[in-house]
Design a protein around this ligand. Structure first.
Ligand code: GTP
Ligand code: MG
Length: 332
């Protein structure tokens, strides 16, 4: 997925349709001067409905949709004839779309399943026609219900990626490089911080045609939970991942400390992030010789509160073992 195509946030105005008016028609045919009330009901106004679609990965198709209006219900008419319902408007959205009321910022609902439908603006009910109101006291009511008016609101759609594995690391840790060697995604890679500005997703093909989804997000820095860097805005993309894969480069000054800073940012962002399974990769391990590796291992075995593994995306070391490990964790 190229960066320009990734739209994960849109705002729009949605409006359902008015309910049609009930009819006050009185039947006066030649041979039946007092045929009585026969006004039909108004039709229901159209709903605006969001529907989950597992083939969509972004909100780009909605980027330029500013206003969505469903159709109005038709009015009732003579002969107890009910007006037609207004046409519903469907918006297809990717799974993991969170819908908020833009004014209050309250979450209205989330779409998580393929085919799941939720009404975001409910069409007004049609009014009842006068024949419903006929009684012994009033044989010819000239009254019918009006339709219920439409509902409108401003909404914000926000996409949380539903990847299986989310990469967590400081800028320049090698996250995008790892994604590029494990998947066919081609994220931008460079030797400077914040190369990645938008999340990238890739599908990791595993043995026997099995696969899982990995998300690469912009690097997290200390203070990310308070909004520093880009990480905060994108942390929500890893809220839904089942495994967090921490990447800490082999040349980091203090691997244990880096891990703890990252963990702390996640905790401050949302404590539930710490309930997820975690695994640590020491990336760029091609820079280590065996002696250095065992030195680092002895420190990590003692002080690092997580399982870890050495890998190198460039030298293709440890990658099969990493896939095995992730697959096992995902299926435990
Ligand atoms: N020696 C070595 N260098 C690597 C390895 N993986 C990545 N690098 C280098 O590290 C630098 C940063 O890599 P990226 O993959 O862009 O890092 P990132 O974590 O995505 O960085 P941001 O997008 O800025 O957060 C690049 O110069 C890569 O070539 C590796 O396995 N070995
Ligand atoms: Mg990157």
């Amino acid at each position: 997925m190229t960066e320009g195509n990734f739209v994960d946030y849109v705002k729009m105005h949605v409006s359902s349709g008015n309910g049609g008016k009930g009819s006050t028609h009185l039947n006066r045919e030649k041979y039946n001067a007092k045929g009585g009330p026969d006004g039909g009901d108004g039709g229901r106004g159209g709903h605006v409905i969001l529907r989950g679609n597992s083939n969509l990965w972004t909100l780009i198709h909605l980027k330029f949709k500013r206003h969505i209006r469903a159709g109005h219900g038709e009015h009732g008419s003579s002969g107890r004839s009910t007006g037609a319902d207004g046409s519903d408007e469907y918006l297809e959205v990717p799974l993991g779309t969170v819908v908020r009321d833009s004014e209050t910022n309250d979450i209205l609902f989330e779409i998580t399943e393929d085919g799941e439908e939720k009404i975001v603006a409910e069409g007004g009910k049609g009014g009842r026609g006068n024949w419903h109101f006929k009684s012994s006291i009033n044989q010819t009511p000239r009254y019918a219900q009006p339709g219920i008016p439409l509902e409108e609101r401003h909404i914000t759609l926000e996409l949380k990626i539903l990847a299986d594995v989310g990469l967590v690391g400081f800028p320049n840790a090698g996250k995008s490089t790892l994604l590029s060697v494990l998947t066919s995604a081609k994220p931008k890679i460079a030797d400077y911080e914040f190369t990645t500005l938008k999340p990238n997703l890739g599908i990791v093909e595993y043995r026997d045609y099995k696969s899982f989804v990995m998300a690469d997000i912009p690097g997290i820095i200390e203070g990310a939970a308070e909004g520093k860097g880009l990480g905060y805005y994108f942390l929500r993309h890893i809220e839904r991942n089942s495994i967090l894969l921490f990447l800490i480069p082999a040349d980091a000054k203090d691997i244990v400390e880096q891990y703890e800073i990252l963990l702390d940012e996640l905790r401050r962002y949302n404590p539930e992030m710490l309930d997820k399974e975690r695994f640590v990769c020491i990336s760029k391990s091609d820079m280590l010789d065996d002696e250095l590796k065992s030195e680092i291992s002895s420190i990590l075995d003692k002080d690092l509160d997580a399982n870890y593994m050495f890998i190198s995306s460039v030298a293709q070391q440890g990658l099969t073992e990493l896939k095995d490990k992730l697959w096992t964790m995902l299926n435990d």
